[in-house]
Ligand binder design. Structure first.
Ligand code: MN
Length: 397
């Protein structure tokens, strides 16, 4: 039997207990919990077939009561003796995409980010659109290109056109960017026509991941009017492998910033779902930004209420992301287009300078939050390397 050794300052102590899908060498992917630098095999230790699955979806569909029960069981399990064969070192297993992503929606909930992007994309008009403080603005993304940390991304090709030229050209994106975000994963679905009020958030949402919403700014700038982001974002969205359950975030819950004008009634709730999460962006191993989630204008409970208010279904495995997290200060901006002000103000990355992401660059976004009992909990990281575009844009003959 094994007694887990959890360092007192671990970001993965008993207050966290995030779920993921791991694969030891030579055996099948299955559900585990991260504790310290170990992964505990739930398929081996808890008698429920949902943990032998290769996604969290069947477990997430069981609902809030069951999530609480399992968290209690896991807490007792990791405090006691665990079968030797059910414990793995985290660096000796392969982590998979934790959920089969159903629908993917991305919001735009940071006032700082929306204001900065408005200034950069539309310098001659008011930075925030008239709807921005009345509803959480979002778009439907591409769920099939949500990928797990560690998966390389090939630089996308597409059309781009600058104001200086008469017609567009095709080729590799020259303004490849990141967006540091948090993502929320739905466990309990709804029927068509049903809605989710903000105070029902915790009944439906299972947990939270770190998201990097890859964005080709030159492709985006040319295509986005009038229907919004399309190929400039659909090529890849990276997420962290560990899903931090909402139960681990009790100490991180705060009020959102004051919302003025007051939102319409369907976007109001009694429960606090602002989150005191600190993000960190590393570019080739150098920290370039620390975006604070606490400044996000819209809460994830309001986002989910908005997604469903027209009767659209929520499904097990839905992922909705917050939009780029940007603070007020320059070194808190969660996208490089903001950090370098459209490429005009390069940033120092170690001994080099950068504006946008170059081939071979590696980006890691991580996050931490207050845990209960004065602890700190970690979300782990989403790490991605960029590979060069293929010469023909990947087109089949
Ligand atoms: Mn985004």
């Amino acid at each position: 039997m094994t007694v887990l050794d959890i360092p007192p300052d671990s970001l993965f102590g008993l207050e966290n207990l995030p779920y993921g899908v791991f694969q030891p060498r030579g055996s099948a992917p299955r559900v585990g919990v991260r504790v310290g630098d170990s992964v505990v095999d739930l398929a081996a230790e808890l008698g429920d077939a949902v943990f032998a699955e290769s996604t969290l979806n069947p477990f997430m569909a069981q609902g809030r009561g069951r999530w609480t029960e399992v968290r209690q069981q896991v807490t007792e399990l990791v405090r006691g003796d665990i079968t030797d064969t059910a414990v793995f070192a985290v660096d000796e297993v392969t982590m998979h995409l934790p959920v089969a992503v159903a629908d993917y929606v991305d919001f735009y909930a940071s006032e700082n980010h929306a204001t900065n992007l408005g200034r950069l994309f539309r310098p001659d008009s008011a930075p925030l659109m008239p709807n921005w403080k009345h509803l959480p603005v979002g778009y439907h993304g591409r769920s099939s290109t949500v990928i797990v940390s560690g998966t390389d991304v090939v630089r996308p090709c597409g059309q781009r056109k600058t104001p200086e030229t008469d017609s567009p050209v095709f080729g590799p994106s020259r303004r490849l960017d990141i967006e540091a975000e948090m993502g929320f994963i739905v466990g309990v679905p709804t029927q068509l026509g049903q809605t989710i009020a903000p105070d029902r958030f915790a009944e439906h949402v299972f947990g939270v991941v770190v998201v990097n919403d890859w964005s080709a700014r030159d492709i985006q700038a040319w295509e986005y009017v009038p229907l919004g982001p399309f190929l400039g974002k659909s090529f890849a969205t990276s997420i962290s492998p560990w899903v931090v359950p909402l139960d681990a975030l009790e100490a991180a819950r705060i009020d959102t910033p004051a919302q003025d004008p007051e939102p319409l009634p369907y976007l109001r709730g009694q429960e606090k779902w602002g989150l005191d999460i600190d993000l960190e962006v590393e570019w080739n191993g150098h920290v370039v930004s620390r975006p604070p989630y606490s400044q996000m204008y819209w809460s994830p409970a309001q986002m989910l209420a908005h997604i469903t208010i027209n009767g659209a279904t929520a499904s097990t495995g839905d992922l909705f992301a917050s939009g780029t997290v940007s603070g007020r200060e320059k070194n808190q901006r969660g996208a490089f287009i903001e950090l370098t002000w459209g490429g005009k103000e390069p940033v120092k990355v170690g001994n080099h300078t950068r504006t946008f992401v170059e081939d071979g660059d590696e980006i890691s976004i991580s996050a931490t939050a207050p845990g209960t009992n004065g602890t700190r909990i970690g979300f782990g990281e989403v790490r991605t390397r960029i590979l060069p575009a293929t010469a023909d844009g990947g087109q089949e003959e």
